[in-house]
Structures are given as C-alpha cells and as structure tokens.
Design a protein around this ligand. Structure first.
Ligand code: HEC
Length: 137
C-alpha cells in the first residue's frame, strides 16, 4: 500500500522548487545594465566600465536606497530614502522587475516616479543579478 508513494517522495526531494541564485549569471547579464551603470570600487578600480545615466552600483546591497554620492536621483527614490529603506537582495529583485511599481510601493505614493525605466522581468535573472551585486563590497 505504501510502496508506490516512495518514488514520488524521492522525486519531490530531488527537485528543488527554486534554483539557487547564480552570481556569475548576474555578472554576465550586467551587459544589459552597462549603458547606464558602472561599478567602481572606492579605490577607483573599474569593475564594470559603463555609463553614468544611473548611479555607481558598487556596494548597493546593504546601502540606503538612493544614496550613491554625486548622483542626481529622482524624487520618488529619494522619498524612499527618506523613509529609511535599505537595499537588500529581495528588494533589488522586486525593483528590477518594475522600478516604478517598487517606488510607488516603497513610498506609499501612487504618483511617485522612477528615473529607471529599464526592467529585468524574469525573476531568475533578477535574483542572479542581486546575488552578483551582493558580491561587490
Ligand atoms: C536606461 C538606463 C538604465 C538601465 C539600462 C539600467 N538602469 Fe538602473 N538605474 C537607472 C537610473 C536613472 C537610476 C536612478 C533611479 C532614480 O533616481 O529614480 C537607476 C537606479 C538603479 C538602482 C538603485 C540604485 C541606488 O543607488 O539606490 C539599482 C539597484 C539599479 N538601477 C540596478 C540596475 C541593474 C541591475 C540594471 C541592469 C539589469 C539596470 N539598473 C539597468 C538607469 C538604468
């Protein structure tokens, strides 16, 4: 009676519901971000040579949102900063899926806008990207 259940159980255990985030995939995918973002370490090392339309993403995981020095952020993300929101990987995954929706949710203001319009809609890609950004500190 119980025997037929065992193979099913084994299969369930062998197949994890979610893939582990892969930082190296995120690094490879950063080419999508480079037109607007660079990653420059505090000692000036250029880890990703890119544009300046968006802020330097060095150390972004763990820092207050909208807090890179010398970058002119939009009012929406600055309002989230004023609320004390700090980037963690989960917030970055949500942000990358839809930055405008994230800013509205984080500020509680349906009229809040994001200066970043680019989206990374696939959750797996966004998770890999967040894992990559978390290594840069
Ligand atoms: C077309 C330009 C553009 C592209 C492409 C782009 N971004 Fe952005 N990004 C911006 C701008 C502009 C901001 C500032 C948003 C604001 O002020 O509202 C920003 C902000 C961010 C922030 C918040 C940083 C902070 O200091 O709070 C993160 C994280 C981010 N981008 C990640 C990414 C990643 C990862 C990619 C690639 C998958 C990407 N962006 C692609 C323009 C871009």
């Amino acid at each position: 009676m119980f025997k037929p259940l065992l193979p099913i159980l084994a299969l369930t255990l062998a197949a994890p519901a979610f893939a582990d985030p892969d930082a190296s995939e995120g690094e490879a995918n950063f080419k999508k971000c480079k037109s607007c973002h660079s990653i420059i370490a505090p000692d000036g090392t250029e880890i990703q040579k890119g544009g300046k339309t968006g802020p330097n993403l060095w150390g972004v995981v763990g820092r207050a949102v909208g807090s890179a020095p010398d970058f002119k952020y939009g009012d929406g993300i600055l309002a989230a900063n004023a609320k004390g929101v700090v980037w963690d990987e989960a917030q970055i995954v949500t942000y990358l899926a839809d930055p405008a929706a994230w800013v509205k949710a984080a500020t509680g203001n349906a009229a809040a806008k994001s200066k970043m319009t680019f989206k990374l809609p696939k959750t797996e890609d966004a998770e890999d990207m967040a894992a990559y950004l978390a290594t840069l500190k």
